[in-house]
Design a protein around this ligand. Sequence first.
Ligand code: IMP
Ligand code: MG
Length: 182
Amino acid sequence: MSIFKDSPFEILLTQEQIHTRIQELGAQITQDYQDKDLVLVGVLRGSYLFLADLSRHIDLPLIVDFLAVSSYGTRTQSSGVVRLTSDLSTSIVDKDVLIVEDIIDTGLTMNYLVENLQTRKPRSIRVCSLLDKPARNIQPVTVHYLGFEIPDKFVVGYGLDYMGRYRNLPYIGFLSHPPVED
Ligand code: IMP
Ligand code: MG
């Protein structure tokens, strides 16, 4: 069965909507970082498609690096405990860091990351997230570049997963019958 044909997901954001917004974000970031030393820090694995597309719309000689965090306790609920499972491979001292994330849910992951990276003496740190679910925010996060605010639904696709799957859907969808929690 093709996941693209008989998909069990309802579409929340189409490929076109995502693409248009990424062009806008890229143009804004290009303007804002003219005289800076930009490092895009992608948060694996959810941001891999977003970062790939966004970086191609930023017209600057930027650096790309990645780190990975793990925060999920059950299938769709954050455990609240954030762990760095893979670190950057380059120094960010005196760099202008832009953290690129798929979604801000509780805000715990992003707060942890900003605090962690701040200790490494970058010149600046900002946050770019494709999605934000304000209804679920527990810790406030300043998102300087936001793709879309979305309702309180568990979404998949365009990098976002449910139990490791559906990241490769080209759109962002949600389950019309949400999974029962463990
Ligand atoms: P937070 O720490 O609660 O803000 O969680 C952030 C992380 O949880 C994101 O980077 C995602 O990996 C994951 N996450 C949160 N909401 C969703 C969702 O609706 N679909 C898929 N992953 C999600
Ligand atoms: Mg993530």
